[in-house]
Design a protein around this ligand. Structure first.
Ligand SMILES: NC(=O)c1ccc[n+]([C@@H]2O[C@H](COP(=O)([O-])OP(=O)(O)OC[C@H]3O[C@@H](n4cnc5c(N)ncnc54)[C@H](OP(=O)(O)O)[C@@H]3O)[C@@H](O)[C@H]2O)c1
Length: 206
C-alpha cells in the first residue's frame, strides 16, 4: 500500500520504520532535507522518501496524521483533495490538567470536517509509541482500538495493525473517537503515576 505519514516524531517515525518493511512510505514533513529526517528515511527502507504534505498525500492511498493536535487541522488543510483517501488520525487533543482539549466532539471528527471527502479512522492513539514498536506483552498482543464510519477503511487499518502484531478492536463509528481520545488520557495518566510507559490496554473476550 502507498502510505503517507505526516510527522517524523515518535509516532510517525515508529510506524514508518515498521510499516516500511512491507509498504511504500513517504514522510510528509516541514523539512524533507533535514539530516534527522533523511536518517529516518534511510532506516525505513523499501524506497521510502520525504516530501511536503501536499506531495506525499497526493500519491498516497492512506495518510497517517501523527503531528501534535495543535498542528493537525492546518496540516490536513494542506491537502488539496482528500476524496477517497483514508485519513488515520493518531493525534490526541490533550488540554491543561490532562483533560480533553475540546469542549465536545473529538479531534478525529474535527479533522473529518477539515478533510472533506476523507475516510477517517481514529487509531494508534491509545498507547505510547513504544507499544507500537513492540506490541507483545508476554504471549499477548496489545489491542489497537479504532473507529470510523467507513468499513473498508477500518479494514485496511486493522490489516496494518495485524501486520504490526497488534490485536485490532473495531469500536464502531467515528462518533466513538472521543472515547478513544479519553482512553489515551487514561494511558498518559497511568504512565505519569507509576506505571511507566511499558503498558497497554488489551480487550479480553470469551
Ligand atoms: N508519543 C506517543 O507515545 C504518542 C502515542 C499516541 C499518540 N500520540 C499522538 O501522536 C501525535 C504525535 O506525537 P509524537 O509524540 O510523535 O510527537 P513528536 O515526536 O513531537 O512529533 C510530531 C511531529 O509532527 C510534525 N509537525 C508538523 N507540524 C508541526 C508543528 N506545527 N509543530 C510540531 N511538530 C509538527 C513534526 O514533524 P516534521 O518536523 O518532520 O514536520 C514532528 O516530528 C500527537 O498528537 C500525540 O498526542 C503520541
Amino acid at each position: 500500500m502507498k502510505l503517507a505519514i505526516v510527522g517524523t516524531g515518535n509516532i510517525g517515525g515508529t510506524l514508518g520504520r515498521r510499516l516500511g518493511a512491507r509498504h511504500e512510505v513517504v514522510y510528509a514533513t516541514r523539512k524533507p532535507q533535514d539530516p534527522d529526517v533523511q536518517a529516518l528515511v534511510a532506516a525505513t527502507g523499501r524506497g521510502a522518501r520525504a516530501a511536503t504534505v501536499a506531495e506525499a498525500a497526493a500519491g498516497a492511498e492512506l495518510v497517517l496524521v501523527a503531528t501534535p493536535w495543535g498542528a493537525a487541522l492546518e496540516v490536513v488543510r494542506e491537502v488539496a483533495d482528500w476524496s477517497g483517501r483514508v485519513l488515520v488520525d493518531c493525534t490526541n487533543p490533550v488540554g491543561p490538567g490532562l483533560r480533553h482539549a475540546l469542549a465536545d466532539g473529538s479531534g478525529a471528527e474535527a479533522l473529518a470536517v477539515a478533510a472533506s471527502g476523507a475516510r477517517v479512522v481514529k487509531a494508534f492513539n491509545t498507547a505510547g509509541f513504544e507499544v507500537y514498536a513492540d506490541p507483545r506483552f508476554g504471549a499477548e498482543p496489545a489491542s489497537l482500538f479504532l473507529c470510523g464510519d467507513d468499513a473498508a477503511a477500518k479494514s485496511a487499518v486493522a490489516g496494518l495493525a495485524r501486520e504490526l502484531g497488534l490485536d485490532p478492536v473495531d469500536c464502531g463509528p467515528l462518533a466513538q473517537a472521543r472515547r478513544l481520545e479519553e482512553l489515551a488520557l487514561l494511558w498518559i495518566s497511568l504512565a505519569a503515576s507509576g506505571q511507566g510507559r511499558a503498558h497497554a490496554f488489551r480487550l479480553v473476550r470469551r
